[in-house]
Design a protein. Structure first.
Length: 317
């Protein structure tokens, strides 16, 4: 098994196509097929199932994939370490993050980083929390910023702050009056909840549990695949929603969304900074990691509300 076979295997798995992998690797399809044929002979089992219009991983291929991706990531780390020695920590750093975490405070940190490390190319990519983890594991991102900590033993996961979940509605909602309300007053309200193709029921289930604990049984919940669409629907009066504060600061400032104060529904969701446990982190990457970690005091809820919120924090196990 050599590095070209491993790279070819991972590229086919990502492209779900031999021809697509050939285009990415600038190799002919017969050359790509031969590499996989030799790899399958070596491991003694088929790694791909050939389908009409593409390929799919077999169970054996799915078992091999995370280890193959780790090999490529480790090789990339080695080359990065060599380059840092040769060029004095120039090179490239990639930060993957959930798009809603791209706050003004984080933007200022990234600008400060670029001024200090002008020779380092900083790439930013947005993804879901699960995708952020996968990008870091594959070595395609140096650091990742996601909701909730990771349980993967190959990652170092540090919760850097907790984002408040706020109950919001359109500005003229009768309960958006700044006073505290009881959950029972929300009876009959329609709820708009974020969902995604990767974890279609995660937040919906959390919301159902949260409302049930508050005494609201069988609420009407409409799943929406898109955070922007979710906010626009709430602004239009289609329903109310429990949203991360970092995702709605602009709307709150503009007044297009208003908070409904219901103490029984207060909650927080942790924001975690992740990187590969065995990854090489040069001086620039360590500096960026430290700067993002230092954002915590700016991003945490105020002290008065954080104690109550933390008791009902959203956690994933």
């Amino acid at each position: 098994m050599d590095i070209n076979q491993i790279r070819t295997f991972v590229t086919i798995a990502e492209a779900r196509s031999f021809s697509g992998a050939g285009t990415t690797l600038h190799r002919s399809q017969p050359a790509i097929s031969r590499r996989i044929e030799l790899l399958e002979q070596e491991v003694g089992i088929a790694l791909f199932e050939r389908l009409r219009g593409g390929v799919a991983l077999t169970d054996a291929g799915a078992a091999l994939l995370p280890y193959a991706a780790s090999v490529l990531a480790a090789m990339k780390d080695g080359l990065t370490a060599v380059q840092a020695v040769r060029t004095g920590d120039a090179g490239q750093i990639s930060l993957a993050l959930v798009g809603t975490l791209a706050s003004d405070a984080l933007t200022k940190v990234l600008r400060k980083f670029q001024r200090k490390h002008s020779a380092v190319r900083l790439d930013i990519q947005t993804a879901t929390s699960q995708e952020v983890e996968e990008l870091v594991l594959r070595g395609e991102a140096t650091l990742g910023l996601r909701y909730t900590g990771s349980q993967n033993s190959d990652l170092v996961s540090q919760v850097v702050w907790e984002d408040r979940l706020l109950l919001v509605a359109r500005p003229d909602h009768p309960l958006a009056d700044g006073r505290n309300h009881r959950p029972i007053e929300l009876t009959g309200e329609r709820w708009v909840a974020f969902t995604s193709r990767r974890s279609p029921e995660a937040f919906v289930k959390f919301l159902e549990r949260k409302l049930l604990m508050a005494g609201l049984d069988q609420p009407e919940i409409v799943p929406i695949d898109g955070l922007t669409a979710q906010k626009r629907l709430v602004e239009a009066g289609f329903g109310i929603a429990l949203l991360a504060e970092s995702n709605i600061r602009e709307e709150l400032r503009a007044g297009s969304l208003r908070i409904i104060e219901v103490p029984a529904l207060r909650a927080t969701i942790p924001v975690a900074l992740v990187h590969r446990r065995k990854a090489y982190l040069g001086e620039a990457a360590r500096y960026l990691l430290a700067m993002i970690s230092a954002l915590a005091p700016l991003a945490k809820p105020n002290r008065r509300s954080s104690g109550a919120n933390r008791k009902s924090a959203l956690r994933t196990r």
